[in-house]
Design a protein around this ligand. Structure first.
Ligand code: SAH
Length: 267
């Protein structure tokens, strides 16, 4: 009967926005942002990309009135609701949606509810933030493996699922996301696990955003560096020999988003 038919569900695109510079959006992400009926995003895509989004068909699900995060179940339900209205939707996340982005949970929920979706991969901050600081996450002389780790958990608690000791033993690069607050705890855990206190460390805050900050030190000095420079989230921590290579290239590095602060604590 006309009017009674439920529309075919729209497609949900799980799109990563890259670290924040709009020129680092993929061409596909850019096209979808222009074409879809609705965009759900949070704060992590950063001010420059958020400025590009159409005001009349976007919703910020990052923060609610009281400063709390919108719970994941509510975002999941909203995605299904929009799709069931027949709308095409971009769910936009900072970096890549499948790297500490809860994209996997959203994909599972959509599949469970019969909503078609497409994954649009992107440049993750785990690689891009070190990159714009002149730091390669692997290097023939320094690291033949790299681990992406959450710093959100307290390493001194028994329920911590990150094995810092084992990470220290790999000898590879360690890139910590969500790791500004717990930096003192995991820097200690890595030293206890056998990494030298002199191991180079870099902090890259708001990579490719206006106000990007880069600070460097060692496992021993980096907490003081963080405090003196005033590094705040979002930032990634890069630990390992590769972090020390920045020094030799920085003079000619033209990734010019901001100021950088070299090892203040050692001055
Ligand atoms: N999906 C994202 C990660 C989300 S978890 C990605 O692939 O990049 C949130 C963490 O990402 C932040 O705490 C921070 O560690 C990191 N992050 C995201 N964007 C960043 C940026 N522009 N600069 C520095 N760190 C960033």
């Amino acid at each position: 009967m006309p009017g009674d038919a439920t529309p075919e569900p729209g497609t949900v695109y799980l799109v990563g926005s890259g670290p924040g510079d709009p020129e680092l959006l993929t061409l596909k992400a850019k096209r979808l942002l222009e074409e879809v009926d609705f965009v759900l995003h949070d704060k992590l895509p950063g001010p420059k990309i958020i400025d590009l989004l159409p005001d009349d068909r976007r919703q910020d699900v990052g923060k609610r009135a009281h400063g709390n995060r919108t719970p994941q179940w509510e975002i999941n339900e909203r995605l299904v609701e929009l799709a069931r209205e027949g709308k095409s939707v971009v769910r936009l996340k900072g970096g890549d949606s499948f790297v500490f982005g809860r994209g996997g949970e959203e994909a599972a929920y959509l599949a469970e509810h019969g909503v078609p979706f497409e994954v649009v991969p992107a440049v993750t901050s785990a690689v891009a933030a070190p990159g714009v600081a002149g730091i390669p996450v692997t290097h023939r002389d320094h690291a033949s493996s790299v681990s992406f780790v959450t710093g959100h958990e307290d390493p001194t608690k028994p329920e911590s699922t990150v094995n810092w000791e084992a990470l220290a033993e790999t000898g590879g690069t360690i890139v910590v996301l969500m790791g500004v607050t717990r930096l003192p705890q995991y820097a200690d855990a890595l030293i206890e696990g056998g990494l030298a206190p002199e191991t180079p460390v870099a902090l890259v805050e708001r990579a490719t955003w206006p106000g990007q900050q880069i600070a460097t030190g060692t496992l021993e000095t980096i907490v003081d560096v963080r405090d003196e420079v005033g590094i705040e989230p979002p930032a990634v921590t890069v630990i390992g020999g590769v972090a020390g290579t920045r020094e030799s290239v920085v003079e000619f590095l033209r990734n010019d988003y901001s100021r950088s602060v070299e090892d203040v604590a050692n001055d």
